[in-house]
Design a binder for this molecule. Structure first.
Ligand code: SF4
Ligand code: ZN
Length: 311
């Protein structure tokens, strides 16, 4: 297989684009494409301050690397979740994130949920009984709450996450299977700033997961290989595997599935749009973040409940 740009030996073959590239051209192509997506979806400009949510995994570190190479003002945010799971997942992911920041002279903000609120994610999950024994729903709620709070408190214009195409296609697949219209409506590469919620963007949403792995390795980025110990057996993982099987026989199907969905949204052809009811949003009485719940937001209610339970 030859590199499409230079004719040299290709190291990455992208069947969905019918294109193979050598290492050098691949690590140039990824930022070029990212820049194209940032512009196409009006994500942010070079004047705006971007906060990248970094977990120590390949996608978020690759995103930080790409934005920095493209000359954007991008700082990092690491959320300490207090997840151990035998591999000291949180410690190790923080170490790798901090090392990346230091090596590249970048600013990293670290917020430890346990220090901030008194409970790690697994403890909070046990106390609150949310998510039937799996901490993922508590974790997701806490991450959304904290990312928004910090972006707002520190004056960032936009919050960027490293979701790739495999993540987006799996979420879309799940939401379509269940016809979750609320979630389908919210799934886009850019969620504009609204009612006290920071603008959220996913600049890597059109890259396959394997492209992000190849990019991180080619760039020599040290990332945490272990998945979070709670990721195992998650429904999303099952959807990803199912989509991978489809992709093996029909290269490009994942990308088409996602892009056609975005096109349908864009052209207003997503019939659910007409039926969606807008919830009434107002500030949480405790933290001031937007919520549709009557008094406190779900996160503050969860912390209050934990405080009452533990006395
Ligand atoms: Fe949080 Fe781990 Fe679940 Fe991801 S898999 S949501 S990091 S607990
Ligand atoms: Zn609140």
């Amino acid at each position: 297989m030859k590199c499409k740009k230079c004719g040299g030996k290709a190291s990455v073959n992208m069947r969905q684009h019918r294109m193979a590239l050598c290492k050098e051209h691949f690590i140039e192509w990824i930022p070029e494409q990212t820049e194209r997506f940032i512009k196409k979806y009006n994500m942010f400009t070079r004047e705006e301050k971007v906060l990248v949510a970094v977990s120590g995994g390949k996608d978020s570190l690759a995103l930080w690397d790409i934005l920095t190479r493209l000359g954007y003002k991008a700082d990092g945010l690491y959320l300490g979740l207090g997840i151990d799971g035998g591999v000291n997942y949180s410690d190790e992911s923080h170490r790798l994130t901090a090392e990346f920041a230091e090596k590249n002279g970048l600013t990293l903000h670290t917020v430890n949920i346990e220090k901030e609120y008194g409970y790690s994610i697994p403890v909070l999950s046990d106390i609150s009984y949310r998510g039937h024994g799996k901490p993922c729903s508590v974790c997701g709620l806490a991450k959304r709450h904290e990312m928004n709070r910090i972006a707002r408190d520190l004056g960032y214009d936009v919050l960027a996450t490293g979701h790739n195409l495999d993540d987006e296609a799996a979420v879309l697949f799940g939401n379509t299977l269940q016809w979750s219209s609320d979630y389908l409506l919210r799934q886009r590469p850019v969620l504009p700033e609204k009612d006290g919620l920071a603008r959220k963007v996913k600049p890597l949403c059109r890259f396959y997961e394997r492209e992000m792995t190849a990019y991180s390795i080619a760039r020599g980025i040290e990332y945490i290989y272990d998945e979070c110990p709670f990721a195992d057996g998650a429904t999303q993982v099952f959807y990803k595997e199912t989509l991978n099987q489809l992709e093996n026989t029909r290269p490009g199907i994942k990308l088409t599935f996602y892009l056609r969905f975005l096109d349908a949204r864009q052209s207003g052809n997503l019939f659910i749009e007409k039926d969606a009811v807008q919830a009434h949003i107002h500030p949480c009485a405790k933290c001031g973040q937007p919520t549709s719940a009557p008094d406190l937001c779900s996160f503050c209610r969860m912390i209050e409940k934990a405080n009452t339970t533990t006395g």
